[in-house]
Design a protein around this ligand. Structure first.
Ligand code: FMN
Length: 382
């Protein structure tokens, strides 16, 4: 089956499972501890019911919208994901190109394989950069400057990973720091020949934003110890100020899941918040993103843009988040599955599937403009 034949994100997931070595496929398809929050993110979307409306004009529909003042062909951005160049060789560069061609934002992770400069070299429109705050402040300041120099148009500051959640699958698969490669893992790669061939054809196989830029990081083992020690557990609201000043552009806070934190973010000078639990990869037992969205939207009112990620697997899910007041959404695993299944064409297919589902769902709900969606299109709260 080719990516063009995939009809759903679940189809692309199955294709990725067959093409990507198990340890990297499971790196994407996993959550912290019991994976309860990971599952809830998806399941809670199904509890929301739509109002079916008839005998309304459904012509001339539009999915175009804005996120933080930027025009988007639909309000669905690519979420920052680490290690993306391990789902497919040069993965970040390919996904950024697919997003650009589609007219949606691409967010590059600090923990990407392709560097900021790599992605800049293959795109012509600004992309967004996601920042993890490390204890090595010189490294962080330099990262911000590099993102600025590359013309990135938004900084996405992630707040919910200053301590690493544990994913059992990663430990079992040897994706620990330092990595533990055994014959079993080499076999996993050998049974994915197309993935291997693509990987042999690229020089990008380590964290491109870090190696050569952080003090004392030259090889894989020094990199492992550096990353495991570097996330700053003392990060606080006060830090947002110097980050915002150094950056000087649009700022998005990622990882807000509580109404009180949402209210506190109002004074931070940020342009938007992302309601997110890191795709269920951090605090297992936390509520799903979609279940927290209505209260967070109510808490901040129209003082700040609210975005959402976590559990979106279809255009219907996007529509539900928009109905609850999200101005934009992000997809993590859906694009990773597309990428793993078929590189750039696979990411394009992910976006096409979501666009088609969003468009048809909107029409059947009796709406013609994505910007008009509201709680009025839903039957009941989650
Ligand atoms: C494999 C993987 C790696 C991720 N790496 C990062 C990261 O480097 N930075 C970050 O802010 N979020 C990261 N996330 C979280 C995503 O940005 C996003 O919050 C999450 O994937 C949304 O949930 P979804 O996958 O259900 O769409 C990662 C998620 C996944 C699945």
């Amino acid at each position: 089956m080719s990516v063009e034949q995939a009809l759903t994100i679940a189809d692309l997931k199955e294709q990725a499972r067959r093409r990507v070595p198990k340890m990297f496929f499971e790196y994407a398809d996993s959550g912290a501890w019991t994976e309860g929050t990971y599952r809830a993110n998806e399941e809670d979307f199904h509890k929301i019911k739509l109002r079916q409306r008839v005998l309304v004009d459904m012509t001339n529909r539009s999915l175009a919208s804005e996120m933080i003042g930027e025009n988007v062909s639909m309000p669905v951005a690519i979420a920052p994901t680490g290690f993306t160049g391990m789902q497919h060789a040069d993965g970040e560069m390919l996904a950024a190109q697919a997003a650009e061609e589609f007219g949606v934002p691409f967010t590059l992770s600090t923990m990407s394989i392709c560097s900021i400069e790599d992605v800049r070299s293959v795109t012509s429109k600004p992309f967004w950069f996601q920042l993890y705050v490390m204890q090595d402040r010189d490294f962080v300041l330099n990262l911000i400057d590099r993102a600025k120099a590359a013309g990135c148009s938004a900084l996405v500051l992630t707040l919910d990973l200053q301590i690493l959640g544990q994913r059992h699958k990663d430990l079992r698969n040897g994706l620990s720091a330092p990595p533990r490669f055994t014959p079993k893992h080499l076999w996993q790669m050998a049974t994915r020949p197309f993935w291997c061939l693509d990987m042999l054809g690229t020089k990008r196989r380590t964290f491109g934003n870090i190696v050569g830029h952080a003090k004392g990081v030259g090889d894989l083992s020094s990199l492992s110890s550096w990353t495991s020690e570097q996330f700053d557990p003392q990060l606080s609201w006060k830090d947002i100020e110097w980050i915002r000043e150094r950056w000087g552009g649009k700022l998005i806070l990622k990882g807000i899941l509580d109404e009180e934190d949402a209210r506190m973010s109002l004074g931070s000078g940020a342009d938007a918040i992302i309601v997110s639990n890191h795709g269920g990869r951090q605090l297992d037992g936390a509520a799903s993103s979609i279940s927290m969205l209505p209260r967070i939207v109510d808490a901040v009112g129209d003082q700040m843009e609210v975005h959402l990620d976590g559990g979106i697997r279809s255009g219907q899910d996007v529509l539900k988040a928009l109905c609850y007041g999200a101005k934009g959404t992000y997809i993590g695993r859906p694009f990773l599955y597309g990428l793993g299944a078929g590189g750039k064409a696979g990411v394009r297919r992910t976006l096409e599937i979501i666009r088609k589902e969003l468009d048809v769902t909107m029409a059947l709900c009796g709406e013609r403009d994505v910007k008009n969606l509201s709680r009025n299109n839903l039957l009941k709260d989650v």
